[in-house]
Design a protein around this ligand. Structure first.
Ligand code: SF4
Length: 239
């Protein structure tokens, strides 16, 4: 029997919570068979930026962040852009090379494709809000490290709180897994409408993945049609 297996139920619970906290910080989540539900964070942010009530104020307060090592390698901080009162948010993973140069999200080739994706379901780019989980570019576009995501994610949570969208579309597996605190595959995440802090959330392919593999455009289109239908349903229900 391995030494680290706990026999006492209290010790077992403490061990599970410790692992959960190491992985996800103070964010608690539950998961259902048909949809996953992320509950309100219990994190009580005491830092100054947490008092921001507008996106501009938040940007001003966090744009010089050096909380993780990406702060020292970025050219520009990439807050996000779009309508501060957007009904719909598109959330990717991290800035790439062009985004790092311009300080804007999704402005490279993948960004041009994202604009087409947004327009394909009858939104205009300027009426939605686009951002990433990480605000600084990982060198050479490597995958974000768990500690970088955990350190930066509260900024995204604050953006979502201020914007208060009706719907979120996560672009790619890492975005979906991070927001939903899930280890499920992209295929599985795509099959459900999730709830993130009371906001409906769907997951689809990242535009950069579609550039690498055009065969994923068809399933992405199916996701987008569902996303638009969900939005229309919600708008009609609120009339
Ligand atoms: S990635 Fe996020 S946490 Fe890291 S330095 Fe940039 S803004 Fe700060």
């Amino acid at each position: 029997m391995p030494k680290n297996i706990k026999h006492n139920p209290v010790e077992q619970a403490e061990s599970i919570l410790k692992h959960h906290k190491n992985l996800f910080g103070n964010l608690l989540y539950t998961e259902k068979t048909t949809s996953s539900v992320v509950k309100e964070s219990e994190t009580n942010y005491s830092e100054e930026w947490a008092s921001a009530t507008t996106l501009n104020d938040l940007n001003d307060k966090i744009c010089n962040c050096q909380k993780c090592e990406l702060g020292s390698t970025r050219k520009n901080f990439v807050f996000g852009s779009g309508n501060p009162k957007a009904d719909v948010m598109f959330i990717g993973e991290a800035p790439g090379a062009e985004e790092d140069i311009q300080g804007l999200p999704f402005v490279g080739r993948a960004g041009q494709l994202l604009t087409k994706i947004i327009e394909s379901i009858n939104f205009k780019r300027e009426e939605v809000f686009i951002c990433n989980i990480l605000k600084c570019r990982p060198p050479n576009n490597r995958d974000p490290l768990p500690n970088e995501m955990q350190t930066c994610e509260p900024y995204l949570q604050k953006q979502i709180e201020i914007i208060n969208p009706k719907l979120i579309l996560c672009l790619g597996r890492i975005s979906g897994q991070t927001l939903l605190k899930s280890n499920e595959t992209l295929t599985t995440l795509r099959q459900k409408v999730h709830t993130y802090r009371g906001i409906s959330l769907m997951v689809t392919y990242h535009p950069a993945a579609l550039l690498r593999n055009p065969h994923w455009k068809r399933p992405t289109w199916e996701d987008l049609k569902k996303f638009r239908a969900l939005y229309d349903e919600m708008k009609n229900a609120n009339k």
